[in-house]
Design a protein around this ligand. Structure first.
Ligand code: HEM
Length: 397
């Protein structure tokens, strides 16, 4: 692939801010997306085991609905959080993203319907499981399979986008143009590594779950220790599988001794020790966040190098500074986003810690955060519309 072709595919308007900022935001937000993808797949997968067991086991009859609920919420969060890296990647790597969307156009359509059908069936599974109806496990399996398939499609887009040298051949194999949009590429080891991470993620989640509930008197001690042990086993076994697949992936692409790769291996080893000891799973989760960021960085290093070798450097992207856009974006992201998320998280934490009904209006911190979120959102909407309409009239009058 000639660099001039890649450069011609860039947005002629340039980027509105320094490319490195978009790159950092991409790494950060993809790690967030991945965290919820892995929690969704992990908790959903484990819930299938519990659902198949039925109500006979007293621990699983409590755990299964909680896992299903965790999966259900995680899917909605992963979808929202998937949009962010999508936007950042199409700002700095637009040639890659749009070429992929053209070559795999049919799969892009299918992806949307896959998500709709998979998530709707998940709700079916969720309601059926609440009523303990027979057949709910089968529905769960189908929904799980469909959502894993969505991940495989996502993987196809990611892999195709970093194969610029093969694009011409995918577009016109043997010189005959193929506009079907059925291009599909898969890198089995990379995909297996990504999906395998859902095992340690659900393991560490269970350790947190058991730690969180341990302060509540309405959960038996035997249930708390059962879930902690299950979490530890899953985390340790999963980390070993993921570590082996990561090393294989790095060997396959010749990156094993890259600094980021070595740091990831060290991070996984630290995680392994911490997960095995399980002295404080909240700290283990912090290390997990660092490892997720390292994996996200590794993905970006691979792409950056592939593109760099072809003469496409994102740091050379023409910058057309647009301060108002950036101020609006950062204001939304940092002020509205952080206060809103802090409100939701603090409420969720207190609801979970509380036995009986939790009244948020009587809690000083929760109600203060709630009111602030509301006022910030009203201000945000006023600024958004007044500013937007102002610019619109300014441009057309
Ligand atoms: C159940 C649904 C989903 C699953 C299981 C899933 C899973 C994945 C996986 C495994 C990857 C990594 C692929 C790789 O690097 O090999 C990925 C990447 C990504 N996903 Fe998702 N995803 C889902 C839904 C979404 C949605 C709805 C969006 C956007 C709205 C999204 C946006 C992205 C983006 C932007 C990337 C990075 C692509 C790149 O770097 O080229 N994902 N996803």
């Amino acid at each position: 692939m000639d660099a001039s072709v890649l450069l011609a595919l860039r947005d002629p308007a340039g980027v509105p801010f320094y490319p490195i900022v978009f790159q950092i935001l991409y790494v950060l937000t993809w790690a967030l997306h991945a965290a919820f993808v892995l929690l969704a797949l992990g908790s959903m997968g484990l819930s299938l085991y519990g659902s198949a067991k039925g109500r006979s086991d007293k621990h699983w009859s409590i755990l299964t609905p909680h896992l299903i609920q965790t999966g259900k919420i995680s899917i909605s969060i992963l979808i929202v959080l998937g949009v962010a890296p999508l936007l950042f990647t199409q700002v700095i790597y637009d040639p890659n993203w749009y070429v992929t969307n053209t070559l795999s156009g049919m799969w892009v359509f299918i992806f949307i319907y896959t998500l709709i059908v998979g998530y709707s069936m998940y709700y079916w599974y969720y309601y059926a499981n609440r009523g303990q109806k027979s057949g709910s496990t089968l529905i769960g399996f189908i929904s799980f399979g469909i959502l894993v398939f969505a991940g495989i499609l996502m993987h196809n887009f990611a892999v195709t986008s970093i194969m610029p040298n093969a694009w011409m051949n995918m577009y016109a194999p043997n010189g005959v143009v193929d506009t079907s949009g059925w291009t599909f590429n898969i890198d089995v080891i990379r995909l297996a590594f990504m999906v395998s991470l859902s095992i340690p993620v659900v393991g560490i989640f269970l350790q947190n779950y058991s730690r969180f509930l341990s302060t509540r008197k309405d959960f038996e001690a035997s249930f708390i220790s059962y879930t902690a042990k299950l979490g530890t086993n899953l985390a340790v076994m999963g980390l070993l599988i993921s570590a082996a697949l990561f090393v294989l992936w790095m060997l396959q692409i010749g990156y094993l001794f890259h600094l980021v790769s070595l740091a990831t291996v060290v991070g996984v080893l630290v995680l392994l020790v911490m997960a095995k000891m399980n002295s404080n799973s909240y700290y283990t989760t912090l290390v997990l966040v660092v490892v997720a960021l390292l994996i996200s960085t590794m993905r970006e290093v691979i792409r950056f190098d592939i593109m760099g070798k072809l003469g496409y450097n994102i740091y050379d992207y023409p910058v057309n500074l647009e301060i108002p856009t950036i101020v609006m974006f950062l204001g939304t992201f940092l002020i509205m986003g952080f206060v809103g998320v802090a409100y939701l998280l603090s409420m969720a934490w207190k609801v979970g810690k509380n036995e009986g009904v939790f009244d948020g209006s009587k809690d000083v911190m929760v109600s203060r955060l709630g009111k602030s979120t509301l006022y910030i959102m009203i201000t945000w909407m006023a600024i958004y519309f007044v500013w937007g309409i102002g610019i619109l009239f300014n441009n057309i009058l």
